[in-house]
Ligand binder design. Structure first.
Ligand SMILES: [Fe+2]
Length: 299
């Protein structure tokens, strides 16, 4: 048996290499990943291509345990690489809300908005599968109703269970859909700045939704209805407004500048994002100029 605890945001490749070397040395066959998205990422890195079995016990709402998506970051190149590999899916996931009771309000908020973004992107993915939106919308309902309760009182076990169930539905949704502009831009920003994925999600999501709203009005109406943000008017801007209001109430940075992202790198991020395959999967075509505007608005 061996233990590996040097987990950092965005899964630096060195961490995966060190954990794999440890697993090799001790002839590890079963890997238990306990933690948030980055711990899951290291666990996936250790089982990838090695025939090892992964068991996941998530302690945040990132949802990585339900997806075959596997990202690592090359720190020297400041780039996050994201792959899909069905072999890294955990064989068993243990959802226990008791292990989330001590999660700080800041991490609760940031990782739950990441889960919300998984549901939202799954609702309007280009390859949308009819099984996915009903699951994603149920995830949205649960996240939106339970997140404020978990912020007010982190030890509310019922609310924690509801939120964790929402995160599970969110992970399932994005595991069965193609990510788009929102995750593409968050991955480029994360690789370049090291700012946590959940924090980037809270900042970017309302802006990306506002950009996409007119291209996917039906999905936005359904999202707004799930959030009870006024869908019956068929006002497709209600969903971005609802998400912006939710984020405004949370203990998270509201702008890229508040998260320590320098303004000087925004154009470089926009250029890299314009060539990013995930960004190009967006239901609405995105130009270089759109990306620049989006990033400057979020800054
Ligand atoms: Fe995410």
């Amino acid at each position: 048996m061996a233990e590996f605890t040097e987990v950092e945001p965005h899964v630096p490749r060195e961490a995966v290499d060190a954990a794999r070397a440890l697993a090799e040395r001790d002839k590890i066959e079963v890997v238990v990943a306990l933690g948030g998205g980055s711990a899951m990422g290291v666990g996936k890195g250790v089982v990838s291509g090695e025939g090892r079995t992964l068991i996941a016990i998530p302690t945040t709402y990132a949802g990585s345990e339900m997806t075959p998506v596997f990202g690592t970051t090359d720190r020297a190149e400041r780039r996050k690489m994201v792959r899909r590999d069905d072999a890294v899916l955990p064989k068993l996931v243990i959802y226990d809300p008791e292990v989330t009771l001590e999660l700080s309000p800041e991490l609760t908020a940031a990782t739950a908005i990441n889960a919300l973004a998984h549901c939202i992107e799954a609702c309007y993915a280009l390859d949308v599968n009819p099984l996915v939106p009903p699951v994603a919308l149920e995830g949205i309902r649960r996240i939106v109703r339970s997140l404020p309760l978990c912020i007010t009182n982190g030890r509310n076990l019922d609310a924690r269970e509801d939120l964790l169930t929402g995160a599970y539905l969110a992970g399932f949704s994005i595991g069965n859909a193609t990510m788009a502009l929102h995750h593409g831009i968050c991955h480029v920003l994360g690789g370049k700045t090291g700012v946590a994925h959940g924090v980037l999600n809270t900042i970017m999501l309302p802006h990306v939704m506002q950009f996409n709203a007119d291209a996917v009005p039906d999905a936005m109406s359904a999202i707004a209805e799930a959030m009870e943000a006024g869908a019956r008017t068929r006002d497709f801007a209600a969903a971005p407004r609802g998400v912006a209001a939710l984020v405004a109430s949370l203990p998270v940075p509201k702008r890229l500048r508040d998260a320590g992202v320098p303004e000087a790198i925004l154009d470089e991020v926009a250029t890299e994002a314009a060539g990013n395959a995930t960004v190009r999967n967006n239901p609405k075509p995105v130009t270089d100029a759109d990306l620049r505007e989006l990033l400057h608005r979020a800054w």
